[in-house]
Every structure is written in C-alpha cells, then in structure tokens.
Write a protein that binds this ligand. Structure first.
Ligand SMILES: O=C(O)CCC(=O)C(=O)O
Ligand SMILES: [Fe+2]
Length: 284
C-alpha cells in the first residue's frame, strides 16, 4: 500500500508539469536541471501544510532562490493533489511509527513516537551525457530519525558508503528503502548507524525518487536511550541539529559527541524524547 501510494504520488507530480518544483542545484555538464522539492507534511490542515513548506525551504536554505519566501501561490495551484498527499502521508506516518516502535523494541524499549514531523522530498535526476562528471545528490546523511525512500522505475542511482566503498542499492519493485538518519543514530546511542549515501545520474534513464524524512517536532530534544552514564551524544533538538549541520556539515554528529571527560550538561528536561527507563513510552 505504502509503496503503491509512493508510485502514485511520483507519477502525479511529475506529470503535472512540475508546476511547483523549484530548482535547487544544477550541476554541469548536465544539460537539464536536477530538481529536489521539499514539502513539509506535518500538518493535517492543507493551508498550514502549505505554509509548512516555507519553513522547510528556509531550513533547506533555498531562500536565495525565491528571495526568502517560498512561492506559496504556486504550491496552492497543486491543492487538487492534496488528497493523494494526505493519503500518502497517513500511510507513511503509520509505517514510520511502526518502524520506530520496532527500532525501540530492538533497543529494549516498549514505546512509540507521537507528533512526528515529516518532510517529503521529491528528487528528479534527468539523463546526463557525462555521468562521471556530475552528481545527482552529493554524499550526505539524512538528519532525521529515519527516511523511507521510494525509487521509481528501474534506474539505479542510490549508493551507500560501506567500508569506504560506494555500494549501489538497486530499486526493487514494490520495496521501500529505510535509511537511519542522524537523530536515529543519536537516539540509539550509535547502535543504528546513520548511513552516508548519495545519488548518481546516468546516461539513459531519467530517475525519480521520493524520500519521506521523519523526525521529532523541531523543538523536541532527542537524547540516547539507555544508561545516562553511557551516552555517547548529548541531547539535541532537530532544529538545533540543522543549525549544527549548517555550521559543521558532515561533522555535525561529531560536534554533539560527549567526551568521556565531559559531563552531559543538558539533562533530561521536559519534552526530551530519550527513554529514561525500560517500558516508558518515548513521547514527543
Ligand atoms: O534519490 C535518491 O535515491 C536519494 C535521495 C536522498 O538521499 C534524499 O532525498 O535525501
Ligand atoms: Fe538522503
């Protein structure tokens, strides 16, 4: 069901004249542009859901493109697609919550997440005449708890960094890829690793992917499960973590590492989604 909805969503958007897709980067020598569109899905109400996109665009530092205010009017033209997005969001939310519950269970905790924030990122990688000289999406980790990725069609593109080598993750019909994000890494105290990945382009196929990025509410602190004395990372909110990524790029996770001789100064204030003891729900 979730995978079918992903396909429907992708078909719908990329057949709609890309009326609300904005340009994020265009890397020579690709003749046509690579598009990445981020949409905040977190509100159930379609108007604030559209407003949410603005915030996400700020977070993604795309304000240079639209002068600080995302083009809401263009987004509103796509309201007829709201129903499909809502359905997609509902299914993906259920799936993300289930995956998070399983992840917590494997860490010895019975719990779940409420009030998650979700962002849909639609990626379009056109055919590239010189794929060796271009990059679709540069190497990165995702910042949230987890990402559920749909790869449309048969074209390969996704690669994971494993033991210093890039390993292709070919699309499998009906299958979704689950990627652990940095906050998922922090929450598990490093037991679930956030994986470095990238997307390459190719000479023959136009490739499309849809990434559902799931995280806590932006202001909720995430801290590692388990014994406070064993925590490898300090507590951090998603908002703060995005700031650290802007400052430290791929070293952001290192920047919240606790040195053995450094005290965890942040404690477990209210709203923190660390699980303080076994069998406590992880609430946000
Ligand atoms: O297109 C892909 O396969 C990767 C997309 C991705 O990593 C992302 O949207 O964060
Ligand atoms: Fe990613």
């Amino acid at each position: 069901m979730a995978s079918r909805l992903c396909s429907l969503l992708v078909r719908m958007y990329f057949s709609s004249g890309k009326c609300f897709i904005y340009l994020q980067n265009s890397i020579p020598p690709c003749s046509s542009a690579i598009w990445h569109t981020s949409i905040c899905l977190s509100s159930s109400n379609s108007s604030s859901y559209l407003a949410g996109s603005t915030r996400k665009c700020h977070m993604a530092e795309d304000d240079e493109i639209f002068g600080g205010t995302y083009n809401i009017t263009l987004l509103k033209q796509t309201c007829r697609h709201t129903e499909v997005i809502e359905k997609y969001n509902k299914e993906m939310q259920k799936l993300a919550e289930r995956l998070m519950r399983l992840k917590l269970l494997s860490l010895g905790l019975a719990g779940g997440f409420r009030n998650t924030t979700a962002v849909l990122q639609l990626n379009s990688y056109p055919v590239c005449p010189e794929p060796d000289r271009a990059m679709g999406l540069a190497a990165h980790t995702d910042s949230g708890l987890l990402t559920i990725l749909h790869q449309s069609g048969a074209a390969r593109g996704l690669q994971l960094l494993h033991s210093d080598r890039w390993v292709a993750v070919p699309p499998v019909r009906g299958a979704l890829v689950v990627i652990v994000g940095d906050l998922g890494h922090v929450l598990s105290n490093g037991r679930f690793k956030s994986v470095v990945h990238r997307a390459v382009v190719n000479r023959i196929h136009h490739r499309i992917s849809a990434a559902y990025l799931c995280g806590p509410s932006p202001g909720v602190r995430v801290s590692p499960v388990g014994n406070p004395a064993d925590r490898a990372y300090r507590a951090v909110t998603w908002r703060e973590y995005l700031g650290l990524r802007a400052e430290f790029f791929d070293k952001a996770i290192e920047s919240i590492k606790i040195n053995t001789d450094t005290e965890e100064k942040n404690g477990n204030g209210t709203g923190c989604c660390c699980a303080k003891q076994q069998n406590i729900a992880v609430c946000m």
